[in-house]
Write a protein that binds this ligand. Structure first.
Ligand code: NPG
Length: 377
């Protein structure tokens, strides 16, 4: 279902970029490290009309992917923003091809695209959900639970999220913190919708350990092997009854096509940042829907900007599994939008106001800004 009605071009005057340090409510631990502050880049597209907002979801260090904040800042300010500003007007649908000459740097591209998309849709008084083709007005909310001190602590943390109403639990695993952690959650909570995420922490040598997880009847195992282990993932998938889902490996529609052709995954996590933008994310959704492959919306600890966009994306019909689209309070005491996403009966609302459908809390934005620049046309 491609975008039914493209957005019109807008005149861009510049881009403001800010690095923010937003404190997390509690440290978030994955197989690659622990974060207590979310470092993120907020992008503001300066236009004749309403400005547009986007977010570059890189982390401070290149541990999840090769991208990281200062690298994204450099490429966005020196190459990507100037390329877009060299045009008198830009339409959101042109951005992928305008930025294509610059290899990689997908999260940086996605942040700029979202800012332009927001501005263009605000100018037309259309919401992002309507533009994408949303078919629901709220999306089921899953929560991603970091690695805890021990399995008992994990059970208590999961209990808190279930009490809040989250409809699906994802736990992070790594070698040595996999079977016992998963068993503890299964034993405590029975048949809840449960999945695990390894963030590339295993190799094919771990196949027996990973096969032990089959008895827990998980929804899926996410990214057990390295980003470029497409063939090994296919081998692993043949040995497991747990469905293999890819995250880090799916960097584009092309990568998704190849992974499905090889049998490397039977479920796909879609993150706009990882694939270079929301429009590429919609293209991957369309591909998977046509192939009958379920998708779900991943998260990158987004602020209220990316969180609103993720809710709109997750409202497309192929998103048949609950995503990591949780309430803002899962990560933040204070968000940078005036009405942060809340959990209502296990769901998050798809915003309906123009563009992203959220407004920036400028005092919060100032409070968290540690670096700021403006790139002008
Ligand atoms: O709900 O936003 C969220 C977090 C979901 O676990 C989550 N994200 O590997 O999917 C991941 C992980 C992540 C977060 C990866 C930040 C990289 C950076």
């Amino acid at each position: 279902m491609p975008i039914a009605r493209p957005a019109a071009s807008i005149a861009l005057h510049g881009f403001e970029l800010r690095v923010l340090h937003v404190p997390l409510v509690s440290p978030f631990t994955t197989s690659f490290g622990t974060e207590s502050v979310r470092e993120v880049i907020v992008v503001r597209a300066l236009t004749d009309g309403d400005d547009g907002w986007g977010e570059i979801v890189t982390q401070a260090e290149p541990l999840y992917s090769s991208e990281y904040t200062q690298g994204a800042w450099d490429v966005a300010t020196r190459f990507l923003a100037p390329a877009l500003l060299s045009r008198r007007t830009v339409a959101p649908e042109e951005i992928t091809s305008l930025l294509e000459p610059f290899v990689g740097h997908r999260m940086a591209k996605a942040g700029l695209e979202l800012a332009v998309l927001d501005a263009a849709l605000r100018a037309e008084a259309r919401s992002l959900g309507e533009y994408f083709g949303a078919v629901v007005d709220r999306v089921p909310s899953g929560v991603s639970v970091g690695i805890q001190r021990d399995p008992d602590a994990l059970v208590e943390t999961v209990r808190g999220y279930l009490d809040e109403g989250y409809v699906r639990i994802k736990i992070k695993i790594k070698p040595g913190r996999d079977v016992a952690d998963t068993a503890a959650v299964r034993d405590a909570f029975g048949g809840i919708p449960l999945q695990v995420d390894a963030n590339s922490a295993y190799t094919l040598a771990d196949i027996d350990t990973l096969a032990e997880l089959d008895r827990f009847e998980l929804l899926l195992i996410e990214q057990p092997l390295q980003e470029d282990d497409i063939v090994d993932h296919a081998t692993l998938a043949r040995h497991l009854t747990t469905p293999v889902c890819l995250d880090e490996s799916i960097v584009s529609r092309k990568a998704a096509t190849d992974a499905l052709a090889l049998g490397s995954a039977s479920i796909v996590n879609i993150k706009a940042g990882r694939v270079g933008g929301y429009l590429e994310a919609v293209r991957i959704h369309d591909l998977c829907r046509d192939a009958g492959v379920p998708v779900w919306c991943g998260g990158m600890l987004e602020t209220g900007i990316g969180r609103a966009a993720n809710a709109a994306l997750a409202a497309l019909p192929g998103f048949t599994l609950p995503g990591d689209v949780s309430a803002s309070s899962r990560f933040y005491h204070r968000d940078i939008v005036t009405e942060p996403a809340v959990l209502e009966d296990g769901h998050v609302r798809v915003p309906t106001d123009p563009g992203l459908g959220v407004e920036i809390d400028h005092s919060a934005l100032e409070e968290f800004t540690v670096e700021r620049t403006v790139v002008r046309a």
